[in-house]
Design a protein around this ligand. Structure first.
Ligand code: KOT
Length: 800
């Protein structure tokens, strides 16, 4: 949208006065932010309205991405960039003596997600709109997002994230579109005399679901999609039975809090209620809209909508869609089932067994009696149909209801036409191992969609400096098509370009160094290698391996302070699930290791360790551009994809990593020698599983370096980690090191040494960095969503 600076300044001043009865001389940052957001909203409102009209008039098929988490971060700069107004607004504000970046700080991160899964959903929201694809989000508007992490005495402490205290300027409450979701009570079926079984209900608990819409604005185009988030409220006319405080409390609890577990399954009743709540509300709204606006035959709905099940949390989409079609819209069972399978598709994000969702049959039966009946019927019909065709064992292994539990992954696979993993390796593991029985029955349903990232946020916003240098070097076409970065390869031997890239990295490091000083009070050397591991804290991600290597470097330096070492700053950012004791112990250990090293004068500035608290999207935007090295060191086969690996690559960071998840595709794309690979392969890991012959204790006893380091965890060398050090020591030496940390240690040390060697050659390092940037194109989530659109959802982009 064309906007002159003059116009913007006028609009902004007027809005500040009309909204807050103040002026530029007196306004605070919160007021400035609110006024600015309000002006921006005014600019996009018409595009939003027209795009909705366009969608209704053309009746084009739309996709709905159902996800129990989204992790958008801050919206202000992203909206400005996508509207093509970032520069104008920045300069307009500067004329008033206001720094846009200071204003942006006022906005709280929208953190209604835990990590990779939620962040991916938000990258998809940006990419869908930016590629002109009609694809919308559906989720929960949690009053409290992911906890704020404080580090106190080295321990993680969780504080509530009350992100809505100052309102949320981007959302629109649509009270007119509220729907009811019901729980519990009794249900029975009665014949209506025409051979149809009609459900009758008694004593149901009713909850009002109110949608809040947030526009997802495309990058310099005319598409505005919608992220619909549901809030639970008490309906106005309440049955006397439910007019009590407990019911009211329960109702508001539904959308009160995000569950803070990542890659883990929490089987609590409230969670199941949340899952049904946003699934039912979302599907009802879609069907109302379809019947109301489109006035089309319900039996053809699969030509007009696609519903995506983002991991199994929205798996109740399958029986709920059946319920709506059969009970509310009078579609026959078989037709409804064909339609459901055509409409639904499912993504698996992890093979960790602790993340596999299973709900006790009894719980589902009581909380969702009609849904339970439908699941039983789906399972019964499928079993009857397949038994004669494929035999008892395959049918049994893949049943939805087994051992008194409802298996949500089975429900998702059976009730949809597509199941995908999120990187090649992961999708292969699903087919070959984890979901092999399903693959035998439905081979055509399985496919891979390697993850991607919303590159605009992760370079144009997060790294304006680097973006500018790329513009100077190859022009601006890459801003619309990330593949164009391949033009950089022509500059691999161009000293000037390499120098500019190095300078940009250095400046980003200075910016981060200043932040570290402000937040942690630690002074770091900007000439040091900035070596970063930022992600959720989980044993399989092996932050511990990183910590053990740091201890090795430290002991080497203690023994020989004059050792010729390239200085290093190790930077961590990680939240642990509040109930994940082991992960919290690792945080404590990292912090105590940091204290010990940072206060030891003998190592001077050759080694520093920084744990940055409250890692979130905004902090990632500061840290990632400044990284020389990114750590992607999960045990092969455990990290389904990873996405920070792609953000680092985009910012010219070299990866040290295992052959896991999308790392494999990154190493391949960047080319040999441009990253540092180590560790067991997936096949070697599975070989150990088959043979059961891994023995960590042997390594501990036979490898003197490992022995020395592990003993430091329990012999008082590292202060203040008596119980935590013991817990970690035992996990490795007594409980046989579940994630093969010790097995990969030596090769990790070797790769770290290779890395240091390359860093001593600044030109070679800069070239490797350039090659990472130049080859990052395929990791744009624009590519990923186009693949979903073509292969799974069958939706088409709008032509501009
Ligand atoms: C959480 C709970 C249950 C099932 C899966 C999860 C989950 C998986 N949460 N985050 N993930 C991550 O998803 C990312 C996006 O696909 C992947 O890159 C990453 O490897 C997963 O760990």
């Amino acid at each position: 949208m064309k906007l002159s600076k003059k116009q913007f300044k006028q609009d902004f001043e007027e809005r500040l006065t009309s909204k807050f009865a103040t002026d530029l001389t007196k306004a605070g940052y919160q007021e400035i932010y609110d006024a600015l957001a309000s002006v921006v909203k005014h600019y996009y409102a018409n595009i939003w309205v027209s795009d909705n009209q366009y969608k209704d008039e053309t009746g084009k098929k739309q996709a709905y991405y159902f996800s129990i988490e989204f992790l958008p971060g801050k919206m202000l700069k992203s909206n400005l960039l996508n509207l093509g107004m970032l520069k104008t607004v920045r300069e307009g504000l500067e004329d008033f003596g206001i720094e846009l970046d200071e204003v942006a700080k006022v906005e709280p991160d929208m953190a209604i997600g835990n990590g990779g899964l939620g962040r991916l959903a938000s990258c998809f929201m940006d990419s869908l709109a930016s590629t002109g694809l009609p694809g919308n989000g559906n989720g929960i508007r949690y009053r409290y997002g992911l906890f704020k992490q404080k580090i106190i005495d080295g321990y993680q402490v969780e504080l509530p994230d009350s992100w809505l205290n100052n309102g949320n300027p981007w959302e629109v409450r649509r009270a007119d579109k509220a729907v009811e979701v019901t729980f519990g009570g009794e249900v029975w079926l009665e014949d209506d005399g025409k051979g149809n079984l009609i459900p009758h209900y008694k004593d149901q608990e009713r909850v009002l679901a109110v949608p809040y819409d947030t526009p997802m604005i495309g990058y310099e185009n005319t598409t505005v999609n919608n992220m619909c988030l549901w809030r639970s409220e008490v309906p106005e006319e309440l049955d006397p039975k439910f007019q009590n405080l407990e019911y009211m409390r329960q109702t508001s609890m539904l959308s009160a809090e995000l569950y803070p577990d990542d890659s883990n399954y929490d089987g609590r009743l409230l969670r199941l209620k949340q899952e049904y709540f946003f699934v039912s509300a979302g599907l009802q709204r879609i069907l109302h809209h379809y019947k109301g606006t489109q006035k089309k035959d319900i039996r053809r709905i699969s030509d007009y909508i696609a519903v995506h099940i983002n991991d199994t949390h929205p798996a109740l989409c399958v029986p709920e869609f059946m319920r709506l079609l059969v009970d509310d819209y009078g579609v026959g069972w078989n037709r409804a089932w064909d339609t459901t399978v055509k409409v639904m598709s499912y993504t698996n994000h992890t093979i960790l067994s602790e993340a596999l969702e299973k709900w006790p049959e009894e719980m589902v039966k009581q909380l969702l009696p009609r849904i339970y009946q439908i699941i039983v019927e789906i399972d019964r019909r499928r079993t009857a149909e397949l038994l004669p065709k494929i035999g008892a064992s395959l049918v049994h292994n893949t049943r939805i209801i087994k051992d008194g539990q409802i298996h949500m992954a089975n429900l998702s696979i059976i009730g949809s036409h597509s199941t995908n993993g999120v990187a090649k390796l992961h999708s292969d593991l699903l087919k070959d191992v984890e979901l092999h029985d399903f693959y035998e029955i439905y081979p055509e349903r399985f496919n891979n969609k390697t993850n991607g990232i919303a590159d605009r946020r992760w370079i144009q916003i997060a790294n304006e400096r680097l973006s500018g240098i790329i513009d100077e070097t190859i022009g601006k076409s890459w801003r619309h098509d990330l593949d164009e970065l391949k033009l950089l390869k022509n500059f691999k031997d161009d000293e000037k370009t390499l120098e500019k890239l190095q300078k940009a990295k250095y400046d980003d490091k200075l910016r981060l160094a200043a932040l570290i000083k402000e937040k942690n009070g630690i002074i770091v050397n900007p000439d040091a290698i900035f070596d970063v591991q930022v992600k959720r804290l989980h044993a399989y991600k092996r932050q511990l391996l990183n910590a053990l290597h740091i201890l090795k470097l430290y002991f080497d330096l203690k023994e020989n302070p004059e050792l010729d070492r390239v200085p290093r700053v190790f930077i961590f950012g990680a939240k642990a699930a509040p109930s994940y004791h082991y992960a919290k112990s690792i945080i404590k250990c990292i912090n105590e290791i940091a204290n010990m090293i940072n206060n030891d004068q003998t190592v001077k500035d050759k080694l520093k360790v920084v744990f940055m608290e409250n890692y979130n999207v905004s902090l990632a935007e500061m840290i990632i551009p400044a990284a020389n090295v990114g750590e992607q060191i999960s045990l092969a086969s455990k990290e389904a994809s990873g996405t920070s690996n792609m953000k680092f690559m985009l910012n010219g960071t070299l990866t040290i990593g295992t052959l896991d998840g999308a790392n494999i595709e990154i190493f391949e794309a960047a080319g040999d020698g441009n990253n540092f690979v180590f560790g067991l392969t997936k096949d070697e890991v599975y070989e150990y599983y088959r043979n059961g012959n891994y023995n960590a204790r042997d390594i501990f006893e036979q490898n003197p370096v490992v022995n020395r380091i592990l003993n430091a965890l329990i012999d008082g060398t590292i202060p203040n980690i008596k119980s935590e050090g013991r817990e970690i020591f035992d996990s490795l030496t007594v409980y046989n090191d579940e994630y093969f940390v010790l097995r990969d240690f030596n090769d990790y040390v070797r790769a770290q040494a290779d890395l240091e060697k390359l860093y001593r050659d600044p030109k070679a390092w800069a070239q490797a960095s350039l090659m990472n940037i130049a080859n990052v194109g395929r990791f744009s989530s624009d590519r990923t969503v186009k693949e979903y659109a073509d292969d799974i959802w069958y939706i088409k982009a709008k032509k501009e």
